[in-house]
Design a protein around this ligand. Structure first.
Ligand SMILES: NC(=O)C1=CN([C@@H]2O[C@H](COP(=O)(O)OP(=O)(O)OC[C@H]3O[C@@H](n4cnc5c(N)ncnc54)[C@H](OP(=O)(O)O)[C@@H]3O)[C@@H](O)[C@H]2O)C=CC1
Ligand SMILES: O=C(O)C1=N[C@H](C(=O)O)C[C@H](O)C1
Length: 273
């Protein structure tokens, strides 16, 4: 039985992950963590997630370390917010717990800290901006396509629900990094985030990144390769969060056996590439 702790247990992703784990025969939720001093503390995590009583009480993250030591999970799954996730990763890895992290919006420094904690504490880890199989095929497609269309103008557009806090999405940023790397361009130099005012003519090297927010859009990502007289659009649309959750379940099964001290990708989990 794989024992799982979930941070962000009452969130859109966290509650969906708890529901899905209760349907699996080989894993169980042993800890459910919410914001520090959460008003949900003491509530049953399964009831809160709409999965029926689990006998696991939600705790505030001020009790993360003692909860991990008491419940000894094999894996901690984090879908919260970047600054909180950095602290959670630090604590979980120091306790020797493998991690599956889907939280987005990390700065470069925050991601470097996450990687160092995984390396120093020699735990298994999967950190990915998007756990859906389709998106990971989309990333691999972009990697192959971009060098063939190197002289086309490239623009990335993402659209999400009106509750999303970070922008651009982690997935848009991964797509941008994959494309820039495959073209040998420095992401620091070529990223243009939205345009406003007298920005001047578009340079051939720049890659535009644009964020739309509205209603209940689960997650759309489109990359436009625009030439003179023709264009290609590569688009992924998530219709339901279940596609991310299915990837999380695969990552939970993968990470206890993953190479320790290394951050594995969803390509590793899904056996892609
Ligand atoms: N990799 C992927 O496939 C996907 C990634 N995501 C990413 O996952 C993250 C969460 O998304 P979503 O579930 O929609 O967001 P929600 O806001 O619905 O959920 C986040 C939850 O984390 C809680 N939280 C905040 N700080 C802490 C803390 N220190 N300890 C424990 N819990 C905390 C929040 O509490 P409160 O609301 O009270 O602040 C909330 O319940 C985002 O970064 C999003 O971009 C989303 C979907 C797929
Ligand atoms: O916040 C979301 O909802 C999502 N976030 C991830 C991101 O920032 O890329 C993944 C997915 O698009 C949904």
């Amino acid at each position: 039985m794989i024992k799982v702790a979930v941070t962000g247990a009452a969130g859109r992703m966290g509650s969906g992950i708890i529901r899905k784990i209760t349907e699996q025969e080989d894993m169980e939720v042993v800890a459910a963590i919410e914001i520090p001093n959460s008003p949900l503390a003491g509530k049953d995590a399964g009831v809160q997630a709409g999965a029926g009583e689990l006998g696991v009480e939600i705790v505030g993250s001020e009790k993360l370390e003692e909860t991990l030591k008491a419940t000894k999970p094999d894996v901690l799954v984090d879908f919260t917010i970047a600054p909180a996730a950095v602290e959670t990763i630090k604590t979980a890895t120091a306790c020797g717990v493998n991690i599956v992290v889907g939280t987005t919006g990390f700065t470069e420094e925050q991601m470097a800290s996450n990687i160092k904690n995984v390396e120093d504490n020699k735990v298994g880890a999967v950190i990915s901006s998007n756990m859906a199989i389709g998106v990971n095929v989309f990333f691999n497609t972009l990697k192959k396509l971009a060098p063939l269309l190197y002289d086309f103008d490239i623009e990335i557009i993402e659209a999400h629900h009106n509750q999303k806090k970070d922008a651009p999405s982690g997935t848009a940023m991964t797509a941008f990094e994959v494309i820039a790397e495959s073209l040998g361009r420095d992401p620091e130099e070529v990223g243009v985030y939205g345009r406003q005012g007298m920005v001047g003519k578009r340079t051939p090297e720049e890659i535009g990144i644009h964020a739309i927010r509205g209603g209940d859009i689960v997650g759309d990502h489109t990359v436009l390769f625009v030439g003179d007289g023709e264009r290609i659009e590569v688009k992924h649309q998530a219709h339901t969060r279940e596609v991310f959750i299915a990837g999380v379940i695969r990552a939970i099964r993968y990470v206890p056996t993953a190479e320790k001290g290394v951050v594995s990708s969803m390509n590793d989990v899904l056996g892609l590439e």
